[in-house]
Design a protein around this ligand. Structure first.
Ligand SMILES: *[C@@H]1O[C@H](CO)[C@@H](O)[C@H](O)[C@H]1NC(C)=O
Ligand SMILES: *[C@@H]1O[C@H](CO)[C@@H](O)[C@H](O)[C@H]1NC(C)=O
Ligand SMILES: *[C@@H]1O[C@H](CO)[C@@H](O)[C@H](O)[C@H]1NC(C)=O
Ligand SMILES: *[C@@H]1O[C@H](CO)[C@@H](O)[C@H](O)[C@H]1NC(C)=O
Ligand SMILES: *[C@@H]1O[C@H](CO)[C@@H](O)[C@H](O)[C@H]1NC(C)=O
Ligand SMILES: *[C@@H]1O[C@H](CO)[C@@H](O)[C@H](O)[C@H]1NC(C)=O
Length: 334
């Protein structure tokens, strides 16, 4: 039995998958789609989600508009409401004017929201929402082509973010899926100095980033590489990387939970895996801080035709996002 087959069998039989139970669908205003990522502010409000028309929406739990998403801000400095509001899908207008926010993360000390826009780089939005401030548009004179995910270190406020590819843009994501591209990178942005540093390069479609609770490492998923790499920030292995986990499907976003674990949104979009195993459905995979999978939940009912982009545990509730659905999902407490 090959090493890979052993891993796959371990994945399936040691962590026999359960099914997540859908509690609620948080609907975006029609016809907007694509809550690719979710964030919560320092008061525990939200989720805030990125969306297809370039805006970031906040889900209101209380107040006159409770139970709905309201506009919070946007990530393109060029955005024009007349042209952009209500765009439901990828378009060239979006790429050049409206932007496409993907990664979201609050600094819980300042309540500044950091956003990776697929086309406009790393931006921040102040504590009252609204217009973005551009922070990083490229490195060493080369503009970013496709920024995707980010995470804010809860202690230092340092932002870790990923560029999925140097060669493909978000609007060409199908070509990227079908390529062997490994031109992605992981970066570190320090808001105190405005300095951006490349930590890892040659990544195969990095799609998710998560710092550990104690700031000792940062994880980056590789959607095409079907694995998660760990870059050490502290300790004897600082500035080196290793493989944190190998997966049978393609990982998208990865999010820390309060128990020092990580939730990974995993899909199989790349055709059938090695026989005799069946295709893997969209799933929520929980991995501990040693890289060991401790839970696999199928999300088939919620994301039956759509891949899941993010699984995010907050205050005992599990939320799901997707680049394609018209809603964010709320699941049973894990
Ligand atoms: C967390 O959940 C509890 C129980 O469901 C709720 O009472 C509380 O308001 C929530 N806190 C936040 C910050 O959302
Ligand atoms: C909104 O708030 C009202 C009044 O508190 C409550 O009756 C209603 O159920 C809430 N709706 C949602 C969707 O939470
Ligand atoms: C936004 O787009 C509309 C429609 O093309 C145009 O009339 C308007 O001048 C634009 N607004 C700005 C601020 O560029
Ligand atoms: C990707 O690499 C594999 C194995 O090296 C090769 O068979 C395949 O043709 C490559 N695909 C592309 C799109 O380059
Ligand atoms: C970082 O950039 C911000 C916004 O452009 C600017 O206000 C600030 O002075 C810069 N800080 C440093 C240390 O360069
Ligand atoms: C890691 O790299 C940074 C930046 O190059 C450097 O300042 C630091 O001293 C390095 N740490 C170790 C342990 O090598």
């Amino acid at each position: 039995m090959s090493f890979l087959t052993t891993l796959i069998l371990l994945f399936f039989f040691i962590c026999s998958p359960s099914a997540a139970i859908l509690l609620n669908k948080l609907l975006l205003p029609t016809p907007i789609t694509g809550p690719e990522s979710l964030a919560f502010d320092r008061n525990g409000e939200g989720p805030y989600v990125s969306s297809s028309d370039g805006r970031i929406f906040k889900y209101m739990a209380t107040g006159p508009r409770n139970g709905s998403f309201v506009e919070y801000g946007y990530s393109s400095p060029m955005r024009n409401k007349t042209i952009c509001d209500g765009l439901s899908d990828f378009s060239d207008i979006q790429a050049t004017i409206c932007g496409r926010p993907l990664g979201l993360g609050f600094n819980h000390q300042t309540n500044v929201l950091y956003v990776t826009d697929a086309y406009f780089g790393l931006v921040s939005i102040g504590p009252n929402g609204g217009a973005p401030t551009r922070l990083v548009t490229g490195v060493r004179g080369t503009p970013f082509r496709f920024l995707d995910a980010l995470d804010v270190d809860p202690e230092t406020g340092i932002v870790y973010f990923a560029q999925s590819s140097k060669n493909f843009q978000l609007r060409n994501y199908i070509a990227l899926f079908n390529s062997n591209d490994s031109s992605g990178s992981l970066y570190r942005y320090d808001p105190r100095t405005n300095q951006t540093t490349e930590l890892l390069s040659d990544l195969a479609f990095p799609a998710g980033v998560a710092a550990s609770n104690d700031g000792s490492f940062v994880l980056v998923t590789e959607f095409l590489g079907r694995r998660i790499q760990r870059f050490w920030l502290k300790g004897p292995r600082a500035n080196t990387s290793d493989i944190f986990a190998q997966l049978t499907g393609s990982p998208d976003n990865i999010k820390r939970n309060p128990r020092n674990e990580f939730w990974v949104a995993v899909n199989n979009l790349l055709g059938p895996p090695p026989p005799p195993l069946p295709p893997i459905l969209p799933s929520a995979v929980r991995i501990n801080d040693l890289g060991i999978t401790s839970q696999v939940m199928l999300l088939a009912d919620e994301f039956v035709t759509q891949p899941v982009s993010e699984v995010h545990e907050f205050n005992g509730t599990l939320y799901g996002g997707s680049l394609f659905t018209s809603y964010a999902a709320v699941f049973t407490t894990p």
